[in-house]
Design a protein around this ligand. Structure first.
Ligand SMILES: Cc1cc2nc3c(=O)[nH]c(=O)nc-3n(C[C@H](O)[C@H](O)[C@H](O)COP(=O)(O)O)c2cc1C
Length: 366
């Protein structure tokens, strides 16, 4: 029986051996935006996880667009050099392709690392002025952002373009724009956080105007054979927020700008938003987006078991599955999924003896 999860797929010009993606995961461990040995170890571990594609964490387009002091950036030559060193090594030694998520934190920036308690940076912890679609804090005790001006929009858009150019020079196989989780772009799209009265607020088309301009500008410099996509919100999980209908419309608009894929995530628009905790909670939304927008669709969120991932792909609910915490728990998740589903997966030659033969009956007798 052949596995759908382990069937190949092509994203623009990028062939991938299977449908498994390691989701972007902030490590909050960079030095002024620069990747270091932690990232070498972390990404090196995931390079041989069995996932065809590993997406590097939210990497910010300007220093003040970071979430925490430990977040990664591609806003300086030092950032580029540091990440180039890490990516060259993990690509050389691993079986996975590498993508990168480029981002701006908006009103969720200037925060403590999660293990320092999260929340807004306190006085004395070098906080900075954040900005967002509207001057409304993310939640209680969060910084009040200033309203983004047209000048800011131009700078940030140029920042996305420049970060994408740096990513291309580094040799990333794909690029994903972060347009979810309440960060700057999603903050513009959602009526919960965007209360503007100019051409960037109000009607749905207006709220999409700035994020779409970023997509257009980045697409203009990313060659057609390099996949460019966006992580978007499937739902704000609030009656006054974005809905799955909106997700379909956003995906269609991004497709019209030439994007190759979307990744359906959800939640995070305000601090008190509660995201569902049921397995595969974004999958039905992804299935709608895939069918109705006709764009290559990836999804994420409590996809934990190989059989669950197999079913999502076999039923055509999504083209790729993206997993975050399951890979932290089991960095060989892809190998174990292959074993469960009777499929082949690439391994480095040094680890070949841990392959299917080990689990064959003859090996058990030996
Ligand atoms: C440690 C950690 C860091 C994360 N950082 C990012 C990030 O940089 N960008 C992003 O879009 N999502 C980020 N997420 C969210 C994950 O990509 C994913 O959407 C979420 O954890 C749900 O998937 P899961 O149930 O497979 O963990 C992060 C999640 C974790 C656990």
């Amino acid at each position: 029986m052949s596995s759908a999860l382990f069937s190949p797929i092509k994203l623009a010009g990028l062939p991938l051996a299977n449908r498994i993606v390691v989701a972007p995961m902030c490590q909050y461990s960079a030095d002024d935006g620069c990747a270091n040995d932690w990232h070498l170890m972390h990404l090196g571990m995931l390079a041989n996880s069995g996932a065809a594609l590993v997406v590097v964490e939210a990497t910010h387009v300007e220093r003040s667009g970071r979430i925490t002091h430990g977040c990664m950036g591609l806003y300086s030559d030092d950032n580029e050099m540091a990440l180039a060193r890490v990516i060259a090594q993990v690509r050389r030694l691993g079986t996975a392709k590498f993508g990168i998520q480029i981002a701006h934190a908006g009103r969720k920036g200037s925060a403590h690392r999660p293990w320092e308690g999260g929340g807004a940076l306190k006085a004395g912890a070098d906080p900075w002025q954040t900005m967002a679609a509207s001057p409304i804090p993310y939640g209680e005790n969060w910084h009040t952002p200033r309203e983004v001006t047209e000048e800011d929009m131009e700078r940030v858009r140029n920042g996305f373009v420049s970060a994408a150019q740096r990513a291309l020079r580094i040799g990333f196989d794909e690029i994903e724009l972060h347009m979810a989780h309440g960060y700057l772009a999603h903050g513009f799209m959602s009526p919960v956080s965007n209360k503007r009265t100019d051409q960037y607020g109000g009607a749905f088309e207006n709220r999409l105007r700035f994020p779409l301009s970023i997509a257009k500008a980045v697409r203009a410099i990313v060659p057609k054979d390099i996949p460019l996509g966006a992580r978007i919100t499937g739902s704000d999980w609030r009656p006054d927020g974005l809905t799955p209908d909106d997700a379909v419309a956003i995906a269609k608009a991004l497709k019209a700008e030439g994007l190759d894929f979307v990744c359906i995530s959800s939640g995070g628009v305000t601090a008190d938003t509660r995201t569902p905790t049921t397995p595969g909670y974004n999958v039905p939304i992804a299935a709608r987006v895939k069918k109705e927008a006709g764009i290559l669709t990836r999804t994420v969120g409590l996809i934990l078991k190989p059989e669950q991932a197999e079913e999502i792909i076999a039923q055509g609910q999504a083209d790729q599955v993206s997993l975050a915490r399951a890979f932290l728990d089991d960095p060989h998740w892809g190998w174990h999924a292959a074993k469960t589903l009777g499929a082949e997966v690439a391994r480095p030659p040094q680890y070949a003896r841990a392959g299917p033969k080990l689990w064959a009956p003859a090996a058990a007798k030996a």
